[in-house]
Design a protein around this ligand. Structure first.
Ligand SMILES: NC(=O)c1ccc[n+]([C@@H]2O[C@H](COP(=O)([O-])OP(=O)(O)OC[C@H]3O[C@@H](n4cnc5c(N)ncnc54)[C@H](OP(=O)(O)O)[C@@H]3O)[C@@H](O)[C@H]2O)c1
Length: 251
């Protein structure tokens, strides 16, 4: 058995579905002692935690609410835990049309994907061990000019930028910080984006030609890259963006 995370304690934000859930599962499969999982919807989180067994702990947290991030820190500390890895994954996606974008939609994207991620890491930093590890979930869109996705893409470009700056800011504590940039991955975020089954089929058809992989990713394929970056196998990898998109943005 791969035991890369033997005796390690991990935080995965936004772990109740999709990439976060698959990553929590992968950390546990590789020997993690405990994985803290967060999300806003208590029922969804309870179901996800139950599926992963006794080494998973759920803490309902909205990363857009700084008081709730403080409560998450308190919950982890009260368990007597410090952290070896933070996977800052929680995020939302919405299309926006330039010319018809309202402030509330803009704020939701930046409050969650940028401010929420920033303050998750800043708040939890005192619990992160010397030599610990941070992985940030950006997106391949951070490097693209995709139509009607400018606010989401800009939020993810900020995430990618944090990885560069924080790798530098945290060098004295020997904490590595990297970003993962998934391509199109079949998760519930597509429903969050109000994509219909027909829209999703259209996406899949587009990828057959546009991406060398010829298909969407599954969450566990992204999780494999997340756990790699967080492991000692990536000990000399710092500040990068690892794009996992089946080649879509690489050709
Ligand atoms: N799927 C893709 O194609 C793709 C591509 C590139 C990047 N990504 C990124 O991957 C990350 C995970 O997305 P996913 O595709 O796995 O979608 P997902 O299945 O919808 O997962 C998103 C997770 O984040 C949680 N979440 C959302 N807003 C939150 C908030 N304010 N506070 C705390 N938790 C919150 C959700 O739970 P609740 O709703 O219960 O809070 C859920 O657990 C996101 O950052 C996304 O931008 C996805």
């Amino acid at each position: 058995m791969n035991s890369a995370f033997h005796n390690k304690t991990i935080l995965v934000t936004g772990a109740s579905s999709g990439i976060g859930f698959a990553s929590a599962q992968a950390f546990l499969a590789q020997g993690a002692k405990r994985v803290y999982m967060t999300g806003r919807d208590a029922n969804k989180l309870t179901t996800a935690v139950a599926a992963l067994g006794e080494n998973a702990i759920g803490v309902v947290t909205d990363v857009a609410d700084l008081a709730q991030i403080e409560q998450l820190k308190t919950a982890i500390a009260e368990h007597g835990d410090t952290l070896d890895v933070i996977f800052a994954n929680a995020g939302v996606a919405h299309y926006n049309h330039l010319g018809a974008t309202n402030v509330a939609d803009f704020d939701t994207l930046f409050d969650t994907n940028v401010k929420g991620l920033f303050f998750t890491v800043q708040t939890l930093l005192p619990l992160l061990k010397q030599g610990g590890n941070i992985v940030l979930n950006a997106s391949m869109t951070s490097n693209k000019g995709s139509a009607n996705l400018s606010v989401y893409s800009a939020s993810k470009a900020a995430v990618r930028s944090f990885a560069r700056s924080w790798a530098n800011d945290l060098k004295d504590r020997k904490i590595r910080v990297n970003a993962i940039s998934p391509g199109v991955t079949r998760t519930p975020i597509m429903e969050v984006m109000n994509l219909s089954e027909a829209d999703i089929d259209q996406f899949a058809a587009y990828l057959v030609d546009a991406a060398p992989a010829g298909r969407m990713a599954q969450s566990d394929e992204i999780a494999t890259a997340v756990t790699f970056l967080a492991s000692n196998a990536a000990s000399y990898i710092n500040g990068i963006e690892l794009t996992v998109d089946g080649g879509l943005t690489q050709i």
